[in-house]
Design a protein around this ligand. Structure first.
Ligand SMILES: [Zn+2]
Length: 93
């Protein structure tokens, strides 16, 4: 099964911490494994469904940078990317 991930990434002029935070989140979301050890169950996926998985990252993980909560500064530094990924068979319904 092929899945489409729509994920936020930092624009070229965004600060380094934002690149690291969003790239860490994207990697963790696609692979289900964050470098900090966090993971999530993908569960059953059916064509057309939308999933918004939640991961419990370690406090010092870049994916939980507290500056991500500063919504007012983020929109100009964030762009959405659509990434198609072939999922392993166990993720298919
Ligand atoms: Zn993490």
């Amino acid at each position: 099964m092929k899945a489409l991930f729509v994920l936020p990434f930092a624009t070229l002029d965004a600060p380094a911490w934002l690149h690291e935070a969003l790239e860490t989140r994207a990697l963790a979301t696609i692979t289900r494994n964050c470098p900090c050890g966090a993971t999530y169950e993908r569960g059953e996926i059916r064509p057309g469904e939308v999933h918004t998985p939640a991961m419990l990252h370690e406090v010092d993980c870049p994916a939980t940078d507290p500056r991500l909560g500063s919504a007012a500064l983020l929109p100009e530094w964030i762009e959405l990317h659509a990434i198609g990924v072939d999922l392993p068979d166990e993720a298919a319904a």
